[in-house]
Ligand binder design. Structure first.
Ligand code: PGA
Length: 260
């Protein structure tokens, strides 16, 4: 895996955009896996800027959300379909068409069927070429919470108490307002993406990043499964990279691969 620690989230976002653009240079209609939360914002800002400058478009692509809350009202500001629309959809954003944004349907009563349908939509599109990922402070990716399995497909998942606390900031700081169930791409689904591009910012991610890169592969830290993926980029800021022990090695490997 390639790991690089940057001084700021903005620098990491710019480097992440470069990696993403190189995938789209090879395949202009590449399918994108899209994360929500605070972490991808610097990257999405880069994509919007490149689109405004006529250098990049998602007009020919499909985008697949990592996850969605179950039972969140259709017009709720934090519903991930609405978050991703604000970040990416439309000519004034990245050119992504609304009908090409796929999110698990958290509104129908049969969440398991909605999960299976999301997995099938990814398969029908020929898979995700590049998957953008954040990481939870507890080491989840998507909403694959600790203590599960390392292989599932898209499925219904209970949010852990830690994730509910972490996400309360999006719900007026009130943990009772955070949905308790979600539909998440499974680790097995995520691992099939061609490239994984994981971003992590802030001190509260430092332990999860250290486990992801240097811990034993374990369902206790679900993100550790990405050690088994052939093309992974982990870009952090100084705080999130502060518990890594092999930083010099990562720098050498990065220089060898990218010459900078
Ligand atoms: P965050 O969430 O970007 O809001 O920190 C990341 C995650 O939970 O995967």
């Amino acid at each position: 895996m390639h790991i690089r620690v940057f001084d700021t989230p903005e620098l990491a976002g710019a480097a992440a955009a470069k990696i993403l653009f190189s995938v789209f240079d090879q395949k202009p209609d590449a399918n994108l896996g899209v994360a929500t939360g605070s972490t991808p914002e610097p990257l999405y800002a880069q994509l919007r800027e490149a689109h405004a400058g006529g250098k990049f478009t998602l007009a020919n692509s499909k985008a697949f959300a990592l996850d969605e809350y179950v039972g969140i009202p259709e017009d709720h500001y934090e519903r991930y379909r609405n978050v991703l629309r604000r970040e990416l959809v439309g000519e004034d954003k990245t050119g992504l068409k609304d009908e090409n944004l796929f999110t698990p349907n958290g509104l129908i009563s049969d969440s398991h069927a909605a999960a299976a349908a999301h997995d099938q939509a990814i398969k029908d599109a020929g898979g995700v070429d590049l998957q953008i990922l954040g990481i939870g402070s507890n080491g989840h990716i998507g909403f694959n919470e600790p203590g599960g399995w390392l292989v599932p497909r898209t499925h219904v998942e209970p949010l852990s108490a830690q994730t509910i606390r972490d996400n309360a900031r999006f719900f007026d700081g009130d943990i009772s307002k955070v949905p308790t169930t979600c539909i998440s791409q499974g680790l097995g689904t995520i691992m099939e993406a061609g490239v994984l591009l994981l971003l992590a910012f802030g001190e509260n991610k430092a332990e999860a990043v250290a486990q992801l890169a240097e811990g034993p592969i374990s369902a206790k830290w679900p993100a550790t499964i990405v050690q088994m993926h052939p093309e992974v980029y982990v870009l952090t800021d100084t705080a999130a990279g502060s518990k890594l022990e092999l930083t010099e090695m990562y720098e050498e490997r990065w220089k060898l691969a990218f010459g900078e």
